[in-house]
Design a protein around this ligand. Structure first.
Ligand code: HDD
Length: 731
């Protein structure tokens, strides 16, 4: 039915309404739909359901006032508005979510009784929220930061949350240090600067005194911290968890999400510019990908380790600053995660969703990782202050599909109306209900584990090798990745104002790789030779025997799985390609390129000199998506440019030419694929591209054989990072 607002009729076949037609319903989405409402074709009411006749004028004494206190419509509206904010998350405040489904493709029944991991083909509804960590709710998506990757599985046995990140390790080994880490990372408390950035004194002060962070710092300084999109990031459960089967056998497990589109990142210079041009870059990408049917997908995988093999590694499995290299324990793919539906309402779903690593189902259990153990306290606690009530599980997005039956009662904003007199156990009045479930009925039973030991605050010596895996990560990177990592360390530390902190950090780098440390030292003006670095990783009371135990030879020194260079590069699906077009451009070429590229799942957006319609060579009219001044090359994965003949080339007009050259030059320096179509010779000649000295597979000019295929191939490779230096020398 068409809807009307102020005389404007919005046709029901518009995109807006199309996206509301769900072809991807699942049990959770059905549940949410039964709780949602729409204002279409409805009369305006107060919160008490009374129809409102005039929502534009306050009730006044005479038409020039004063306003009357009795105006309950005004009071209700303003009171509600005054209270419509809730505290943002203390970390991970900036986030974007989507609904989807997890489909099991390989049974894990041998290892776990968790039903959603048993029957091949089983589909479990999920809600996933991606986030940055440091910035506040309105901060940029492109901050250099870890990304949260929190997945709520609405299983038939209750909610299971995998509260993961896009990096497989963490900064600290013990939860007791989390508030210190976060205080150091967040804007400094005196002036609340900087927003969403780790490049400041307090963060690096803390890190330079925290050698256990060095492995995570390698990840954070790599391009993994500036992903191209959420759909091109890996996800990791970080901790070692346990799987338990029906015979109560225990296996350790590490969880992985591997993106079908590969792991790809933008350049740091690009990230900073995107933060200005489109701070919602990742959120927009996720939303648009789902709306256009390019559903983001990940393979879900596990690394399984038997209890007997727990001590086989040169690190402790409980240490969250360590990975289990895939070369030692391969990742077995057991299912697919697909995100296919955007939320209907950001606040109701993405903002109010409450994750918790302690939301478990039978068949999955915690390990004794001290970081995980502390998290188990923190997440419920934070929801109480953020969502304001112990009834946060009743908020629609948090409701389990399994109905909830217990004796918990009352509290702020209680929704469920539980019948009867009984809210205690044991009882006879209620016939003993609700009954405890036996293990065979799906009752959760914690894994039986023998524990003994003195009560003490001490770290196990198996946790004190802080550098081997930092080295493993650095050594596994390709040359361009190493260069980016070095540059970002220089960038971050150049923002540190206290020389002592910079020196301390360079000293830490020297334990990882001396060339890396020397290069960073040189650019910071630190004299590496003069640094006398205490090894902070060794506890003051460690004995010589302890020190020896640190020097265990790592079994793996290079891991190809850690380099983004070795990722998936066979698709242009969901890529966003800018097509710069002006009047008289050859229609045939535009149509051909557009059809081919869009046929492979990428999206073309037309950029014209202005927002005025463009008339192509055959007289057809094209409506631009952007004008030269309303977008930027950093919003696109690649550029195509085509114009009319040189005499009538709008791109060469004085008001446009510099903007066009900026577009082309910037895309070139960010190592993107460029296609120069007919009429672009002058632009090519005047741009930095023409100064290149060698063949460049990602610069395609009209007329070369199979130009379109070559362009598509170049886009699928993401970037020509190996040509970055050559491309920057052409300035
Ligand atoms: Fe955490 C949020 C992931 C350690 C305390 N965390 C939060 C979110 C993610 C993670 C993805 C956002 C969830 C959402 O989208 O709502 N956190 C991690 C990972 C960690 C980790 C992978 C280490 C392996 N976190 C960690 C520790 C503590 C916390 C050690 C405290 C002791 N985390 C929180 C929190 C948050 C949170 C304060 C803020 C908002 C929330 O929980 O719901 O409780």
């Amino acid at each position: 039915m068409p809807s009307r607002a102020y005389g404007v009729t919005i046709p029901t076949n518009s995109k807006y309404f199309d996206m509301k037609e769900d072809t991807n319903l699942n049990a959770k989405i059905n549940q949410l739909q039964s709780l949602s409402t729409s204002n279409d074709d409805k009369k305006l009411t107060t919160n008490q359901g009374i129809r409102i006749n005039n929502n534009q004028d306050t009730l006044k004494s005479g038409d020039r006032g004063p306003s009357l206190l009795e105006d309950f419509i005004l009071r209700e509206k303003i009171t509600h508005f005054d209270h419509e904010r809730i505290p943002e998350r203390v970390v991970h405040a900036r986030g974007s979510g989507a609904h989807g489904t997890f489909k099991l493709t390989k049974s894990l029944e041998k290892y776990t009784k968790a039903k959603f991991l048993n029957d091949i083909g089983k589909e479990t509804p999920v809600f996933v929220r991606f986030s940055t960590v440091a910035g506040s709710r309105g901060s940029t998506d492109l901050a250099r930061d870890v990304r949260g990757f929190a997945v709520k599985f609405y299983t038939e046995e209750g909610n299971y949350d995998l509260v993961a990140n896009n990096m497989p390790v963490f900064f600290i080994q013990d939860a007791i240090k989390f508030p210190d880490l976060v205080h150091a990372l967040k804007p400094e408390p005196d002036h609340e600067i900087p927003q969403a950035a780790s490049a400041h004194d307090t963060f690096w002060d803390f890190i330079s005194l925290m050698p256990e962070s060095m492995h995570m710092i390698m990840w954070l300084m790599s391009d993994r911290a500036i992903p191209r999109s959420f759909s091109r990031m890996e996800g990791f459960g970080v901790h070692t968890f346990k799987l338990i089967n029906t015979d109560n056998d225990v296996h350790f497990v590490k969880f992985h999400f591997k993106p079908r589109l590969g792991v790809h990142s933008v350049a740091w210079d690009e990230a900073q510019k995107i933060s200005g041009v489109d701070p919602d870059f990742h959120r927009r990408d996720l939303w648009e990908a789902i709306e256009s049917g390019n559903f983001p997908q990940w393979d879900f995988g596990v690394q399984i380790i038997s209890e007997e093999n727990e001590s086989d590694f040169d690190f402790d499995l409980l240490d969250p600053t360590k990975i289990v290299p895939e070369e030692l324990v391969p990742v077995e793919i057991i299912g697919t995660l697909t995100l296919h539906k955007n939320p209907e309402n950001f606040f109701a779903e993405t903002e109010q969703v409450a994750f918790h690593p302690g939301h478990l189902v039978p068949g999955i259990d915690f390990s004794n990782d001290p970081l995980l153990q502390g998290r188990l306290f923190s997440y419920t606690d934070t929801q109480l202050s953020r969502l304001g009530s112990p009834n946060f599980h009743e908020i629609p997005i948090n409701r389990s599909l399994n109905t909830v039956h217990n004796n918990q009662r009352d509290g702020h904003m209680r929704q469920q109306i539980v019948k009867g007199k009984v809210s205690y156990e044991p009882n006879s009045i209620g016939g003993g209900c609700p009954f405890q479930a036996m293990m065979s009925e799906g009752g959760f039973v914690s894994q039986r584990e023998r524990v003994s030991g003195e009560k003490l605050r001490k770290r196990n010596l198996g946790f004190i090798d802080h550098y081997s895996q930092a080295k493993l990560f650095y050594n596994s990177q390709s040359a361009p990745e190493k260069a980016h990592l070095t540059k970002s360390l220089v960038f971050e530390l150049s923002k540190v104002t206290i020389p002592q902190i910079r020196k301390r950090l360079v000293g830490q780098l020297a334990y990882i790789n001396i060339e890396l440390a020397s290069e960073v030292a040189r650019k910071l003006g630190v004299d590496l030779e003069k640094l006398q670095q205490p090894n902070h990783s060794i506890p003051a009371d460690a004995s010589p025997k302890d020190l020896q135990s640190q020097e265990r030879e790592p079994k793996v020194t290079i891991s190809p799985a850690l380099s983004m260079q070795d990722t998936v590069k066979n698709t242009i699906k969901a890529r966003k390609i800018g097509f710069m077009v002006c009047n008289d451009a050859e229609a045939e070429i535009i149509d051909d390129l557009k059809n081919r590229i869009e046929g492979q799942g990428a999206k073309i957006e037309i950029i014209a000199p202005t927002m005025a319609a463009v008339k192509t060579s055959n007289g057809n009219i094209m409506f631009p998506d952007h004008s030269l001044s309303s977008t930027s090359s950093v919003c696109f994965d690649a550029l195509l440019i085509t114009c009319g003949n040189d005499n009538a080339n709008d791109f060469l007009l004085p008001e446009n030419k510099q903007l066009v050259l900026d577009f082309v030059n910037e895309a070139y320096h960010h190592c993107k694929a460029l296609y120069f179509g007919p009429g672009t010779r002058d632009i090519y000649i005047d741009s930095h591209v023409s100064k290149k000295k060698h063949e460049d597979p990602a610069v395609i000019t009209e007329g070369v054989p199979e130009a379109a295929d070559k362009f598509i191939q170049a886009v699928s490779q993401h970037r020509v990072w190996h040509l970055e230096i050559e491309r920057s020398l052409t300035v």
